[in-house]
Design a protein around this ligand. Structure first.
Ligand SMILES: Cc1cc2nc3c(=O)[nH]c(=O)nc-3n(C[C@H](O)[C@H](O)[C@H](O)COP(=O)(O)O)c2cc1C
Length: 361
């Protein structure tokens, strides 16, 4: 019994370690059957796609090649994995497939060995990608999307409940630091994918899009130099007449942190942002905070802005030593805190409502 428990625990541990791996730890085979480590693509924006040569979507090769030629110099790589699992639409050897693609679409992006993307023999790369970005449906307002949905539902009424790859030309966008940013079904317009690629290629935009409130941190304090950089980014925010009516306190003392940690997502460090009590400069203090959170993101740190713990921090007896250490200037209040540390989770983006924005032309 004990042995069985041990085996089960080991099995769970090995599943966890597989799911916890980094994309750059994965190896794939090139068209000559040689191992290629995805770490060769560190720092590149990747569009990973399962392809087929006899599919209604096969003309997408032309659009993919156009994307490649347009953005390759800026750091885009398209990784092409032919797969014969959908309607057997990628028959023949990898040499034949490659010949077809170069002759018909003049593709220049790397084409890898044929793989399975679903099932017992599926490529670890696609296991990794599917685990991070599941299926979120076809756009059924679009004719092709509706067709695909009907076709697949006929085969399996619950097809949409599973994260497996649905058809040829499913794509995954991966950021320069290896995050799986998005999954696109084959019906997604290439122009939408292009817009996301542009975001990822631009370091400021990709940092903005990658920042998410982190509520789970590693037990590892942030290096002082990094906190200094974050603070410098903060005070370079705009402020009314450059008055800089704010006071920032960055807590590195782990004894002080111990009193308040559980209120602050157990982050190892805390940034306290104070502003004049009359509220006239709350906007300035807010801009300062966003600068700091984006700077932190770009340094591999996670943050969570919080107003929830402010009343605890300013009134509770348990936080007295902490409060006294802040040395808040006369006439100022603690406005908000930012939990900061090395993230121990990668939260997905919460939905955003684009209808809040109107363009007046
Ligand atoms: C003024 C303000 C106060 C917030 N207070 C809290 C808080 O007390 N606790 C918390 O977990 N998140 C807090 N948040 C984070 C928001 O929940 C979060 O920004 C929002 O859900 C969007 O998610 P994202 O930051 O991951 O994009 C606060 C955000 C703002 C702007």
């Amino acid at each position: 019994m004990k042995r069985l428990t041990t085996i089960c625990l080991l099995a769970v541990a090995s599943v966890l370690s597989v799911s916890a791996q980094n994309i750059y730890d994965i190896k794939v085979k090139d068209d000559a059957g040689k191992d290629v480590s995805l770490s060769d693509y560190k720092g590149k924006v990747l569009l990973i796609v399962n392809t087929a040569t006899r599919c209604g979507f096969t003309p997408q090769y032309k659009e993919l090649e156009a994307l490649y030629e347009k953005y390759r110099a800026e750091g885009l790589e398209i990784l092409d994995f032919p797969c014969n699992q959908f309607g057997q639409q990628a028959p023949g050897s990898i040499e034949e497939i490659h010949q077809f693609c170069t002759a018909n679409f003049a593709i220049q992006f790397p084409q890898f060995d044929k793989i399975d993307v679903n099932g017992a023999n599926e490529s670890p790369l696609f296991t990794y990608l599917k685990a991070r970005k599941g299926f979120s449906g076809f756009d059924t307002t679009d004719q092709t999307g509706k067709f695909m949905d009907n076709m697949l539902r006929k085969q399996d009424a619950d097809y949409d409940k599973k994260s497996d790859i649905k058809w040829n030309f499913t794509k995954f966008l991966v950021s320069r630091d290896g995050r799986v940013v998005k999954r696109y079904e084959p019906t997604e317009k290439i122009s939408n994918i292009e817009a996301d690629i542009c975001m990822e290629l631009n370091p400021v935009l990709s940092t903005i899009m990658a920042r998410r409130s982190v509520r789970k941190y590693m037990d590892k304090p942030v290096e002082h130099e990094k906190l200094e950089t974050v603070a410098l980014a903060g005070i370079n925010a705009p402020s009314a007449r450059n008055w800089q009516n704010w006071a920032v306190r960055i807590i590195e003392d782990q004894k002080l942190m111990a009193d308040v940690k559980d209120m602050c997502r157990n982050a190892p460090n805390l940034i306290c942002v104070c502003a004049p009590a009359d509220g006239r400069f709350d906007l300035d203090a807010g801009l300062l905070g966003e600068n700091m959170m984006l700077a932190a993101q770009s340094l591999g740190l996670g943050t969570c802005i919080q107003t929830g713990p402010v009343s605890f921090l300013t009134t509770d007896e348990k936080a007295k030593a902490f409060r006294n250490s802040l040395d808040i200037p006369e006439g100022y209040k603690l406005l908000y805190i930012i939990a900061i540390g090395y993230p121990d989770e990668q939260p997905d983006a919460r939905p955003r409502d684009a209808s809040k924005v109107k363009f007046i032309k």
